[in-house]
Design a protein around this ligand. Structure first.
Ligand SMILES: [Fe+2]
Ligand SMILES: [Fe+2]
Length: 403
């Protein structure tokens, strides 16, 4: 079939096109970086969940934009350094002093500006010579539109105007340095959730040991209510830890940030699963029991290598056995719905454990054996539930906070 007649309308030239993608790159990269920093401090579960999902979308967008830059500026994917016009917007995002201000700027100014520029480009680009940009931008626009609907934050009146795609980029300047938020004291939870030093005292250590003779699978309604409530909080802590790993380690390769973004999304999605399961199948709700951050703090205080060894390569690795056992016991008892939750948690845990091995070895100069030695060394300081044994000694309740 002969191609139907089309008008040739050459839109942007290659340089203009690359400048546009460079501007998008800088906005998206800083959104990933700053959202990863603020995630733990956003109290509302719904907003925390959305943010975790959008971090992952935006991290993948950065990878694709970078690839398009490589194609346009072959053989370099260097996005240059943002010029004065764009640094105004980026600095505004960095100056936010609270999670609500950050969300207002990110979702009320930065993302709308990004969306405006991408839509403008879609209208003007040539759909034949620049079809790769057309296809990419269609996807990116659709995602940004979804983000704005889902977060529904009203801008704070900073009024970033115009087409940010046209702002100048300095290709000879050094890369822009990302700013860090102060280290976390502890994560934030919805105001109706009680946070205590010991968390939920109902949760017993037998729920968290890997010994088949000692491990207890929660099967009764009351213990399942407490267990899944604690599990939802543990999933949030996992997301917050991964997001902070990304935010606090800007020196790591971009693939590391994509892996952390994916895990952040998986963990907030797991929390959402428990958030739905509790009222529907168990008769309880988020906020019915207290939560505690002693385990989170025991991991967060380590450097990146220690966090990966303790969390991904120990806590998550050992949780795989427990999830598998829980699923089996619950299937035998006819609790299919609850059992299926563990089936998916188990499947997602495999790449999370791999994140530990991949990036732990990277931090050890590519030496897998050195990383395994580090994992063994840190595990020797844990009790059979995975909680640190000294100092200070953990009370039974503070041990019960993992998965
Ligand atoms: Fe999880
Ligand atoms: Fe996980």
């Amino acid at each position: 079939m002969a191609p139907r007649s089309e008008l040739l309308h050459l839109g942007y030239d290659v340089d203009e096109n690359a400048v546009r993608f460079s501007n998008y790159f800088h906005v998206l990269r800083e959104l990933v970086h700053l959202s990863s920093g603020w995630l733990a401090l956003v109290p509302e579960f719904e907003a925390k969940y959305r943010l975790g999902d959008h971090i992952h979308d935006d991290a993948r967008a950065v990878s694709r934009v970078r690839r398009r830059l490589y194609e346009l500026r072959h053989p370099s994917d260097y996005p240059g350094s943002p010029g004065g016009g764009l640094t105004g917007l980026l600095d505004l995002m960095n100056e936010a002093g609270s999670p609500s201000t950050y969300l207002a700027i990110a979702y009320g100014e930065a993302k709308p500006a990004l969306l405006r520029a991408m839509r403008t480009q879609l209208e003007r680009l040539d759909p034949v010579s620049d079809e790769p940009s057309l296809r990419l931008l269609k996807k990116l626009v659709e995602r940004q539109e979804r983000h704005l609907v889902e977060m529904s934050v009203v801008g704070g009146g900073w009024s970033v105007e115009g087409d940010i795609g046209t702002l100048p980029i300095d290709l000879k300047a050094e890369p822009r340095k990302l700013c860090l938020l102060t280290p976390l004291d502890e994560p934030a939870r919805d105001e109706f959730v009680e946070v205590t030093a010991d968390g939920d005292p109902y949760l017993a250590r037998e729920l968290y040991v890997n010994d088949p003779d000692l491990n207890h699978v929660p099967v009764e309604p009351e213990e399942q209510r407490h267990f899944f409530h604690g599990l939802m909080d543990a999933e949030l802590c996992a997301a917050e830890l991964m997001a902070r790993n990304s935010h606090e380690h800007r020196e790591m390769p971009w693939d590391f940030h994509v892996d952390m973004a994916r895990q952040t999304w998986d963990e907030v999605r797991h929390a959402r699963l428990h958030h739905l399961l509790m009222p529907e199948a168990l008769g309880c709700r988020w906020g019915d029991y207290p939560v505690g951050f002693s385990y989170f703090k025991s991991v967060y205080k380590h450097d990146l290598l220690g966090r990966l060894a303790l969390f991904n390569s120990t806590s998550e690795q050992k949780a795989m056995w427990r999830h598998s056992r829980r699923r089996k016991v619950l299937v035998e008892r006819g609790q299919q719905k609850v059992a299926q939750v563990f089936d998916y948690l188990l499947a997602d845990e495999v790449p999370h454990v791999h994140n530990g091995a991949r990036w732990g070895a990277y931090l050890c100069g590519g030496d897998d054996a050195a990383y395994r030695a580090k994992v063994r060394e840190l595990r020797s300081g844990l009790d059979e539930t995975g909680a640190p044994v000294s100092p200070p000694p953990a009370s039974p309740a503070t041990r019960a906070r993992t998965r």
